[in-house]
Design a protein around this ligand. Sequence first.
Ligand SMILES: Nc1nc2c(c(=O)[nH]1)N[C@H]1C(S)=C(S)[C@@H](COP(=O)(O)O)O[C@H]1N2
Ligand SMILES: [Mo]
Length: 333
Amino acid sequence: MAFIHIPKPWQLPESRATPEAAFWNRRKFIKTLVGAGIGASATALTACGSGGKGGSDIDPGLEKTLGRSLNNFTPNPDFQDAGRPITEQVYASRYNNYYEFGGTKNIWQAAQKLPTDPWTLEVGGLVKNPRKYDLDDLTRRFPLEERVYRFRCVEAWAMVVPWLGFPMAALMADVEPTSAAKFARFTTFFDDQITPGPAWEFALNLPWPYVEGLTIEEMANDLAFFAVGLYGRTLPKQHGAPIRMVVPWKYGFKGGKSIVKIEFLAEQPTTYWNVIAPNEYKFEANVEPDVPHPRWSQATERIVGSGTNPFNWERQDTLIYNGYGDYVADLYA
Ligand SMILES: Nc1nc2c(c(=O)[nH]1)N[C@H]1C(S)=C(S)[C@@H](COP(=O)(O)O)O[C@H]1N2
Ligand SMILES: [Mo]
């Protein structure tokens, strides 16, 4: 497979990226993680600043929240260096937004109720070949790649995640959208017996299910990705098992989790956060450091898991399109 190498902004000499010496050896890291199980340092997040601990109090039961090992993937060489260290999985997988399971970052246990097997992803609308993919299709039908992407939440925290999955373009090639298709709507899992929503949901009457949308050009862009795994394993439920969207030049809320339906449409779909607060969460929602959220600046971001104090993560500058302008800027020219 031929990969074209485009240097990222953080690879340019003037880049203010983390010095190379600070990079973690990720292969070694993954081995350590798999060998040791996981969970101990999660207490740094949930137990009010007890700090990073050693491996002594690891609960082996937590390991099953991490999915099963995948080995049928190829690292995509163009997306291995994200200019920052990969976030430790104990942070990425214990600090989540998944409002169906609650309104805090600490939903990873509640999310284990998500029923993912069997699963059907239905793809239809303006396509030549409507399809239904089952759980097995998601990890076997399309060649899996690993891509290390920067991730930026609209709340101004950021991390770096080694996703496993396939380009959205691969699924588009399978279903063949017609020329009338201008947008895609992505609908995520919802069942009011299983996904209660946040405690304050009663007051708000939230517009479930969580729905996201992209233009057809955005979906066809090389960066647009469906993740079925991360850190060498199938996707943990708290990250949106068994399949979620990853659009790294946009704010994290554009990346719908646990997708059950994709429809190709002629008109722009309404989307969850845009319905809730249209002046705060745009349909486009590209990462733009110069465009503040109405309630906070987007000029800098907190790096999840950095430093030793979980309540004082280090801040770095936000990059336009989250650093992926070479791939996507022409979409918005
Ligand atoms: N279905 C669904 N998808 C969702 C969300 C959600 O609440 N429900 N939260 C979004 C937001 S705001 C972010 S930042 C990311 C968080 O992804 P992570 O928990 O895997 O880091 O998921 C996005 N996808
Ligand atoms: Mo977010």
